[in-house]
Design a protein around this ligand. Structure first.
Ligand code: HDE
Length: 684
């Protein structure tokens, strides 16, 4: 497919003149000089020293020496895609933002997903928060919704961000562990900064190991403001809801994937877009009237708190579809510069002290990372509307400003570029009344750290609770300091006594004596047990050898495709596998190059192979792994023998074809469910 044609929009058109295709061209230097030899440096004699005058060598090598830029201090590892946001209904009553006025209006977007802690080359499946940053290229300038896949944050005040990140990054004396919070300094920070309690519950939950970027929620986290054309302000929280539902990996699987395919999430996103399974997210808003600011038992300016959806419903106002992969990861994904301060008229900030600090940090970090003040001119960062101001010069300036006036106010250019009134689209900050004494203090209304942590715990299903206890036990199990382990257990007793006691027993510290929070409420929306479950885009590994039943297998594969399920054919070698009647399928993977953890389900067909013993052993390894990761397994008639060799027991999620006229349908239903926790493979 010609991608540039598939997404004709203002941003795409703007990018087009910057694209360069070297295919079929002659090589030149950066000065445009045709190159005659690109393999040998210029020497005094074939065995002699390289000459200073070799401008081609110098240019090529110098450019190479300078290819790297600093990675992001957080969210270094990420992957991005282009798409469009389409509005469902006018939001005119609430905001004057132009991209939120007309139903069906489409706005080009660029979205970068990321992990937080790991370096640029770290694994995708680390236990971590995921960044979910969206740049809307609106007619009024860029609007950036720089969110995460978890609705709350670790800390309440931006002042503490450097401490949090120092604690969670690899420890400075030995630079270990990479992309992991399971170490002493992080948990020491946790125990000594208890505002983190709610966020840690989320990070220990399945939310921190998503199955796919396509299957996680996004949250703006902070409370923002929507301002309408009458100047009325309301509070808002932003949500992205994945059309495919919210799904996760299991921890053991996530760790194996980290080795088998470090690029698991970026590959998943890339491949889905390449084959037309475009990821979709609905934009939701929770809107709160200004007069309801103090209606809750938490402070809406506190980023460690969410607004339970049961109290403030999420209204879905539009849908984002990601439909084009980037052309060049460095030029686009790496150089994109997000900033929560990039807003448009109709969207404004609140006094959330975490947000206020972010409004400084992002611009500051881009100056270093992108090497100067002109990064907004990089193609990926350019707004699609005209830019006019008196900012000039600096490293890598590309705009050629005409005329001699570069100051405001002036008469020589009729006082242009001119400012705009609010009516003309000028950004006017909301005139919030602010009163107070200068102080370095935290509001008392930010003091309750455990009620929502407990609300989250109360909302979990029993498998989810089990996973949380296992995650705490894993992480604290890696903490060397017994004192830190004890402090953490003593802290989390305030969330749930039974949970903390079980963790204490696992990590060899005293059972905690404190009391748990009295909160009994729960919020069903927080549990993944209630999410959407559909088979579309899930991936099946078809384990197959020669001699399969072409009729039976062919029908099943056709049905999978009709239901939007994707499959890969896996055998002991690449190339053809032949059925008993001579029909051929092509194996695109072999046991050696892929792994059970890379699929949502296995379809066990089996068959014959030159080295039958080895084939059987591989089949068993794959089946056992899928089984212990609670995955659905479809068993063809010829596959039963292989199931019998494995540890898998008949039961939930094992769908057998023999004597089952409904096999394909039942199997797809099982695929949609993704996990069969009833197997209870890891007793707590
Ligand atoms: Fe960020 N954050 N952050 N953050 N953040 C950055 O900006 C920062 C916070 C988020 O894909 C940095 O360009 C501070 C919350 C995402 O390019 C930096 C504080 C949320 C991304 C920075 C926070 C986020 C970043 C690093 C506390 C969710 C990746 C590189 C006051 C609502 C964007 C960069 C991308 C990146 C600072 C807290 C989301 C250093 C100081 C809360 C998704 O500026």
């Amino acid at each position: 497919m010609d991608q540039s044609k598939s997404n004709e929009n203002a941003k795409d058109q703007q990018l087009e003149p910057f694209r360069v295709d070297n295919d079929g061209t002659k090589m030149t230097t950066n000065q445009g000089l045709k190159v005659s030899n690109d393999e040998d440096s210029l020497k005094a004699g074939v065995r002699g020293p390289t000459l200073m005058e070799d401008f081609h060598f110098r240019e090529k090598m110098t450019h190479f020496d300078h290819e790297r830029i600093p990675e992001r201090v957080v969210h270094a590892r990420g992957f991005a895609a282009f798409g469009e946001f389409e509005l469902y209904e006018s939001m005119q009553e609430y905001t004057k933002a132009k991209f939120l006025q007309n139903p069906h209006k489409k706005t080009p977007v660029f979205v970068r997903f990321s992990t937080v802690v790991g370096s640029l080359g770290s694994m995708d499946t680390a236990r971590d928060v995921r960044g979910f940053a969206t740049k809307f290229y609106t007619e009024e300038g860029n609007y950036d919704l720089v969110g995460n896949n978890i609705p709350v944050f670790f800390i309440q005040d931006a002042m503490k961000f450097p401490d949090l990140i120092h604690a969670v990054k690899p420890e400075p004396h030995n630079d270990m562990p990479q992309a992991a919070s399971a170490h002493d300094t992080f948990w020491d920070f946790v125990a000594n900064n208890q505002e983190i309690a709610h966020m840690v519950m989320w990070v220990m939950s399945d939310r921190a190991i998503p199955r796919s970027f396509r299957m996680m929620e996004g949250f703006g986290v902070h409370t923002f403001r929507l301002i309408n054309d009458k100047g009325k302000s309301r509070f808002v929280k932003f949500h992205w809801k994945p059309v495919l539902g919210v799904h996760s990996l299991v921890w053991d699987e996530a760790q194996i994937i980290g080795g088998k395919d470090i690029d698991f999430h970026r590959r998943d996103l890339w491949e889905a877009i390449e084959i037309g399974d475009y990821p979709e997210f609905e934009l939701g808003v929770q809107i709160l009237e200004a007069e309801d600011e103090f209606k809750f038992d938490f402070d809406i300016l506190d980023a460690t708190k969410l607004w339970p959806e049961e109290l403030v419903p999420v209204r879905k106002i539009g849908k984002m579809t990601l439909n084009r992969n980037v052309d060049n990861v460095f030029a686009e994904t790496e150089q994109v510069a997000f900033h929560p301060g990039n807003v448009v008229p109709g969207i404004d900030f609140t006094n959330d002290p975490l947000l206020q600090g972010r409004l400084f940090s992002y611009l500051d970090t881009q100056l270093l990372r992108l090497g100067g003040p002109n990064f907004a001119e990089l193609p990926i960062n350019r707004p699609v509307c005209p830019i006019h101001n008196n900012q000039r010069n600096g490293f890598h300036r590309q705009t050629i400003n005409l005329g001699k006036v570069s100051y405001h106010k002036n008469s020589l250019a009729n006082n242009t570029p001119a400012t705009s009134t609010a009516k003309e689209g000028g950004y006017v900050h909301y005139e919030e009344k602010v009163e107070g004494r200068v102080t370095r203090a935290r509001s008392k209304s930010f003091d309750d750290h455990f009620s929502q942590a407990r609300l989250f715990w109360n909302s979990m299903s029993s498998p989810e609770k089990r996973h949380i206890i296992n995650a705490f036990s894993f992480e604290l199990g890696k903490v060397k300091s017994q004192s830190v382990r004890q402090q953490v257990v003593n802290m989390f007793v305030h969330v749930d006594k039974e949970m903390a006691t079980m963790i204490a027993d696992n990590v060899a510290v005293q059972r905690p004596t404190g009391e748990q929070s009295k909160v009994t409420a729960s919020s069903p929306a927080l549990s993944q047990a209630h999410t959407i479950s559909v088979p579309q885009t899930l991936k099946v590994g078809v384990l197959i050898g020669d001699g399969f039943d072409a009729n039976e297998v062919g029908e099943v594969l056709k049905y999978l495709t009709r239901q939007g399920v994707r499959y890969n054919i896996i055998s002991d070698r690449l190339g053809s596998v032949t059925s008993s009647s001579g029909v051929q399928l092509t194996a695109t993977d072999m046991f050696m190059t892929t792994d059970s953890v890379l699929f949502d389900s296995l379809y066990v067909v089996g068959g014959k192979a030159t080295n039958q013993q080895k084939f059987n052993a591989n089949m068993v390894i794959y089946i056992n792994e899928a089984y212990r990761h609670y995955k659905p397994i479809g068993v063809a008639t010829t596959g039963l023998a292989f199931m019998n060799m494995s540890n898998a027991e008949a039961g939930p999620g094992i769908v057998v074809a023999t004597g089952n006229t409904q096999f394909a349908k039942k199997y797809v239903e099982a695929i949609a469910k993704q996990r069969f926790w009833q197997r209870n493979i890891y007793p707590v």
